[in-house]
Ligand binder design. Sequence first.
Ligand code: PLP
Length: 419
Amino acid sequence: MHDFHYKNGELYCEGVPVRSVAQRVGTPFYLYSSTTLTNHVRSFAGAFQEVPHLICFALKSNSNGAVLRLLSREGAGADIVSGGELFRALRAGIDPRKIVYAGVGKRRDEIEYALKVGILMFNVESTEELLALDRAAKEMHAVARIALRVNPNIDPKTHAYISTGLKENKFGIPIEHALECYQTAKSLTHVEVTGIHQHIGSQITEVQPFVDALEKLVGFVQELKAAGVGIKYINIGGGLGITYKDETPPHPRDLAKAIQPMLKSAGCTLVLEPGRAIVGNAGILVTNALYHKDSGEKKFLIVDAGMNDLIRPSLYEAYHDIRPVLEDPSAEKMVFDVVGPICESGDFLAKDREMQDVKQGGLIAVMGAGAYGFSMSSNYNSRPRVAEVMARGNEYFIVRERETYNDLIKGEKIPRWLE
Ligand SMILES: *Cc1c(COP(=O)(O)O)cnc(C)c1O
């Protein structure tokens, strides 16, 4: 569900005509709906109300300060993967005791930063990392609360690049080795075993992979208990999918219904790390049609947003619905490749897409772009990153200014011998 809809043939975000935002901020830009964000985070909280739980929003999906502030006010915590994300989470007012820190390559300075502010726990991905945490905590006279990220070897049936819980993936500790690793953790003086973590992949559209993975996890928690290792938090990661095209992903309620009984028996606090399911459909990318071109083989619609602004189609062959901001029932339907201005053949937003022909200067909305959109954007081809705007009811606010050319060269210096 989301709050983008047509009124008299014109696309609105809540009560705001998308066209009016484009007139003010120019194109391209990301546009987020506050109401959608609020509803999504509340639907998670409501679904899991029967068990003690903590929702840690995955910052990597969208780390805009206003988005984070909104989620923080709703009581959400954060799932972070870097010192930079920790910085953003804290700035948005997220309580450090609601922050969990994952990632296979945590640096020493990042570990120290997280220990200093007292995050809830580190999701540890290797034995060497565990030992490094113990050393760092010892030197700082602190204690590192940890969960081991176990790899349950479950196929989430999603794109290979976003599947993370299989043995061939770099993530987590194979579940067969996890007991030994927990025993090591228990023997360390500056590490406190607190939880267990898994994250099996992203854009998962069925409940079953979650159930299968959690079954393995809960069984393992019993085994740990018998071995004298107590677990307070079970973290099932993120990964719940959204509708990009015709997927019918489970509602958080369906997920809750399927897994709550297992959790109740385990008697732990549940941690969830949704990213996409919260922000994905809460955002669109608005772009302008620049030119039409016909190669004889294909028709191209060239727009002013490229793979540097939204890389998902290029990187994952992801499908995004493409909508005209102004519907024109009389316009011809055509099949286009919708491409950007970047000098790469992989620079496309849609391929062989049947859509209304949009005239030069017409606005186009790339739907479902709220997650892994701006946060994966870059300055490739020296393109300033686009503006981000948030709507609420009839008003909107620019929550990140469009970058300027000067932003592009920030920090660059010419050596003396080239002056
Ligand atoms: C990416 C990631 C998430 C969020 O995944 P979504 O598919 O966006 O819900 C959660 N936890 C971890 C550890 C991740 O790497």
